[in-house]
Ligand binder design. Structure first.
Ligand code: AMP
Ligand code: ZN
Length: 494
């Protein structure tokens, strides 16, 4: 499909001007995407994972539309402080002290856990470069922008935000209508010229040693957090590139600072990414007053928490896809149950279709019929409309439940849709989706055995035994589900 073809209707919401824009690639036939990755000092919570499911969906849509995708999700293993305001402790060093490990070990461990969670959510594997591998380039950037845009303080090298045009445009564009109180949000370092100025380099205070520090023209120290994304996007994707993504919090400080650095370095008013996209928060009202799930608010939910409660990780992916990425999404266990049930229904129907031999042998002489074309067309329109995944899911469900669709064609279409949505529909079975809490005290074999005995008792009209077996199971957290429409015979609770 050519980039200008009428087929290419992809429209994306650009936070820079708060408008839907047609996607026009900078390099014909290619899409280059940068996603701010995790700071690997702790587990990622499921709010963070929403950001990566969104970025993955974007990547899948671009690939589906035929673009050669280069997707970078950086790993922040240095430099991020406990506040975005260049004050507070270094997150990595603090975690190292907490866990009695080296900062390097902390970074490697949490990166591994992050990557495993991505796998479990069926997120395709983008490139994961680490910030610590780019410190030399970051120092070069600092040297190049120092004279015109930076000043030195005892604590490091700072960027003067008044030296670039229209600093903070991204945040203002996004928040003007909501509040006018951005000024004065960061002013915690003594001697800064402007409240919004930020560190390019953080010099280690005299007499202190950091585990992660490098020599630089501004003394031994570590790079400021914002610098890595400018440097890595320039090096790995080239400036300008197509799309930059992150969570909505990055629209306020991190991305405006990245843009300022890019403008300074590239001697241009351009932000360096054509489209800036931000996913809204996953919130959990039961956890904090504000509801935004965050690591600093103490307790938070990880994907592993969901797995331990017995949920398949893809139920969480389904939950994310049900909402538009720009809407807040409220997490609740009931919501997760509903997403799981929806996924189960799809799998149940596909398993039924799979009983037909032809399902596995799509005809080679397959030709699109007008019905298939129209189904794919509506699906295409939905995802092209700023990734309307909730609508796309409904179309997929429609497709799966069509009675009259040719079976080979059906499979082909479902496959096409699943490539975009990433629910892994052809590898999941209903058995995979059973709720299996880690705390369960009974095995599935034991449950099946008890149910077989109960069935035999019922066949003999021995209802006393049948009820006793049911109670026995209930005592172990197993609910027997006679006549369940989804065909589940039992369910394990906590
Ligand atoms: P961090 O590891 O804190 O740098 O965050 C990783 C990504 O998750 C960033 O893109 C954040 O903007 C995003 N993020 C943080 N909290 C949430 C949340 N509650 N819901 C959705 N995205 C979030
Ligand atoms: Zn970033």
């Amino acid at each position: 499909m050519s980039d200008t073809s009428p087929e290419n209707r992809l429209r994306l919401f650009n936070s820079l001007n708060r408008q839907l824009e047609k996607f026009v690639p900078i390099h014909a036939g290619e899409a280059r995407v940068y996603t701010c990755g995790p700071t690997v000092y702790n587990y990622q919570h499921i709010g963070n994972m929403r950001a990566y499911v969104f970025a993955d969906t974007l990547g899948r849509v671009l690939s589906y539309k035929g673009y050669k995708l280069t997707h970078v999700v950086n790993i922040t293993d240095v430099g991020h402080l406990t506040s975005d305001a260049d004050a507070g402790d270094d997150k990595m060093e603090k975690a190292a002290a907490r866990e009695g490990k080296s900062a390097w070990d902390i970074a490697r461990y949490y990166q591994q856990v992050f990557e495993r969670d991505l796998d479990r959510l069926n997120v395709r594997k983008p490139a994961h470069p680490r910030a610590t591998d780019y410190v030399e380039s970051m120092i070069e950037w600092g040297e190049q922008i120092e004279d015109k845009h930076c000043y030195r303080l005892e604590s490091g090298l700072y960027f003067d935000v008044t030296t670039v045009p229209d600093y903070g445009r991204l945040a203002r564009a996004a928040t003007d209508a909501e509040d006018g109180e951005r000024e004065g949000r960061i002013d915690e370092v003594e001697g800064k010229r402007n409240a919004a100025d930020f560190a390019i380099w953080r010099t280690t205070p005299p007499g202190e040693t950091r585990q992660m520090e490098w020599d630089s023209p501004w003394g031994k120290g570590a790079p400021g957090w914002h610098l890595e994304c400018s440097v890595m996007s320039a090096e790995l994707l080239g400036h300008p590139f197509d799309i930059h993504t992150g969570g909505i919090d990055h629209r306020e400080i991190h991305h405006p600072n990245e843009i300022a650095q890019n403008q300074a370095h590239n001697c241009s008013a351009d932000s360096a990414a054509r489209i800036w996209m931000h996913n809204n928060f996953l919130i959990d009202r039961s956890k904090s007053e504000l509801g935004k799930m965050s690591k600093s608010s103490g307790e938070f939910l990880t994907l592993q928490t969901l797995v331990d409660r017995g949920y398949h990780p893809l139920a969480f992916r389904m939950m994310c896809l049900q909402a538009h990425y720009r809407s807040e999404l409220e997490f609740s266990w009931e919501g997760l149950d509903a997403a799981l049930t929806r996924l189960k229904r799809m799998i149940q129907r596909l398993e039924k279709l799979a009983q037909d031999e032809r399902w596995f042998h799509p005809s080679k002489a397959w030709l699109p019929t007008s019905m298939a074309e129209s189904k794919i067309e509506v699906f295409h329109n939905a995802i092209s409309d700023d990734l309307n995944t909730s609508k796309a899911l409904v179309i997929l469900e429609d497709m799966i439940s069509l009675k009259k669709l040719d079976i080979n064609l059906g499979r082909y279409l479902v496959e096409q849709m699943d490539v975009v949505l990433g629910l892994d529909l052809f590898n999941l079975s209903r058995a995979d989706l059973r709720i299996r809490p880690k705390s369960a005290t009974i095995t599935e074999a034991e449950i099946e055995d008890a149910l077989a005995r109960r069935k035999a008792a019922r066949a003999e009209k021995d209802f006393a035994t049948s009820d006793a077996i049911r109670d026995e199971l209930a005592a172990k957290g197993v609910e027997v589900m006679d006549g369940d429409p989804l065909g589940w015979e039992w369910k394990l609770g906590d």
